[in-house]
Design a protein around this ligand. Structure first.
Ligand SMILES: Nc1ncnc2c1ncn2[C@@H]1O[C@H](COP(=O)(O)OP(=O)(O)OP(=O)(O)O)[C@@H](O)[C@H]1O
Ligand SMILES: [Mg+2]
Length: 255
């Protein structure tokens, strides 16, 4: 069924920062395969190397050892969404969403049309010509999501994209992301501190150890797709959450 090649394949991946005697082993070794259409969530204690892994996957950072392969056909690259949104304050909302399309040299008229479609989808149609300073945190995060999705990425890398939002808005955006990724089947690697978020969104939830982060457990939330946030009220949800919490608590306690 579909494309048999993994979208992301990491083998024995590690990253160390600095030099001995002050070297910090930040990550790994990590082995991970993400297949097309999969939504994989990474959880782990603070400082265990989650952002480091995502930055390597996005090509922003080199691994120290090991290999990371991303298989995308060139016009549809990987897109990354950061916790701090990473949008440009000096560009209008529409120009922000158009950004990746401009880089791909999509003709202006088509790029504007595609940007406007995503703005409509994200409930931001009235703000196309506004500047980010005029938006709330949740709206800015929607702009970042629209910008990432406008390029129709083959691989979406998200680093705690909802961490700065209040609980209610966070749930709303989780639902939107769920709908969107289920409709588009976008392959996604999603980092979060929230176990609930990981269970709601993920086909797989990978638990990382304390630094240097390795993958120490893998869970498959047993909820068929398409799913909605309603699964939060099931006993399976509660029990998986407590299993994950037991694992994570052991890692979060400093040795
Ligand atoms: N550019 C850098 N130079 C030196 N050390 C770094 C650098 N980036 C990250 N580190 C170190 O690598 C380790 C892992 O950092 P990373 O940001 O990947 O953790 P994280 O799992 O994303 O944490 P959090 O959950 O708090 O975001 C930390 O000890 C951090 O101090
Ligand atoms: Mg991080």
């Amino acid at each position: 069924m579909g494309d048999p090649h993994p979208k992301l394949h990491a083998t024995d991946l590690t990253r160390t920062f600095g030099r001995a005697p002050r070297a910090v082993d930040a990550l790994g070794p990590v082995d991970l395969t993400v297949t097309p259409g999969e939504f994989v969530c990474l959880v782990g204690p603070s400082g265990c190397g989650k952002s480091t892994f995502l930055r390597i996957a996005a090509g922003l950072l080199r691994p120290s050892t090991g290999r990371l392969e991303i298989r995308t056909s060139s016009p549809r690259p990987a897109a990354m969404i950061f916790q701090d949104y990473g949008i440009y304050d000096w560009k209008t909302v529409r120009a922000n969403v158009r950004f990746g399309l401009d880089i791909q040299r999509v003709p202006r008229r088509e790029a504007n049309a595609r940007a406007d479609q995503w703005l409509t989808r994200m409930g931001l149609a009235d703000f196309a010509h506004a500047y980010p300073a005029a938006l709330s945190g949740g709206m800015r995060q929607r702009v970042a999501i629209a910008r990432a999705l406008a390029v129709e990425p083959e691989l979406l890398l998200m680093d705690e994209p909802f961490a700065a939002l209040d609980a209610q808005l966070r749930m709303i955006l989780q639902e939107e992301l769920l709908e969107l990724t289920q409709a588009t089947r976008t392959t996604t690697l999603f980092v979060t501190h929230s176990l609930e978020e990981a269970i709601v969104l993920g086909d797989r939830v990978l638990v990382m150890s304390a630094r240097p982060g390795r993958i120490i457990a893998e869970h498959h939330p047993p909820f068929p797709r398409p799913r909605t946030g309603d699964i939060r009220s099931t006993p399976e949800f509660t029990s998986l959450k407590s299993d994950l919490w037991d694992l994570l608590r052991k890692e979060a306690v400093p040795a």
